[in-house]
Design a protein around this ligand. Structure first.
Ligand code: HEC
Length: 127
C-alpha cells in the first residue's frame, strides 16, 4: 500500500515541476527587451525613436502619444506578424506569445508621465 500511495505523490510533483520549467523557459524566450534590441532597434531605436535607417523607411516614433493613441494592440500584432509596407514580417521569427510581449514592450516605450492620457482600456492592459 505504501508504494502505491508514494507513486500517487511522485507523479503530481513531477508534473508540477515540468509545468514550472515549461513556464520558465517560455517566459525566457518571450523576453521582449532582448528580442526588441535584437530585431527592432536597428530601425525603431532602442528607446522607440526611429534611427536614421528607420526614418528613411518612415518608421513611426513610439514615444509619440498621438501615434500610440492611433493604433490598437491588434493592429500592432498584425503588422509585426505580417509586416507592413517597409516593415519586415516577424511571424516566422517569433511565436504569438513573443509578439504579444513585443506589443506590450512598444506600449511601455511611451514615457510614464504620458501614460495616464492613454485610453483606459490600453492603460488597464499595459500600465
Ligand atoms: C527594417 C526596419 C524595421 C525593423 C527591423 C522593424 N521595423 Fe517596425 N516598422 C518599420 C517601418 C518602416 C514601419 C512603418 C510601416 C508603415 O506604417 O508604413 C514600422 C512599423 C511598425 C509598427 C507600427 C505598425 C502599424 O500598424 O502601424 C510597429 C508596432 C512595429 N513596427 C514594431 C516592430 C517590432 C516589434 C520590430 C521587431 C520585431 C520591428 N518593428 C522591426 C521598420 C522596421
Amino acid at each position: 500500500m505504501k508504494n502505491v500511495s508514494g507513486r500517487f505523490v511522485v507523479l503530481p510533483v513531477f508534473v508540477a515541476v515540468m509545468i514550472m520549467l515549461t513556464l520558465f523557459v517560455s517566459s525566457a524566450n518571450a523576453d521582449p527587451k532582448k528580442n526588441y534590441a535584437r530585431s527592432c532597434a536597428k530601425c525603431h531605436g532602442l528607446d522607440g525613436r526611429p534611427t536614421k535607417r528607420g526614418k528613411g523607411l518612415s518608421a513611426q516614433n513610439f514615444k509619440n502619444i498621438d501615434w500610440q493613441k492611433s493604433i490598437t494592440d491588434e493592429e500592432m500584432f498584425k503588422s509585426i506578424t505580417n509586416g507592413k509596407n517597409k516593415m519586415p514580417s516577424w511571424g516566422k521569427t517569433y511565436n504569438s506569445e513573443e509578439i504579444k510581449a513585443l506589443v506590450h514592450y512598444v506600449r511601455v516605450l511611451l514615457p510614464s508621465g504620458q501614460r495616464k492620457k492613454m485610453p483606459k482600456a490600453i492603460q488597464k492592459l499595459h500600465y
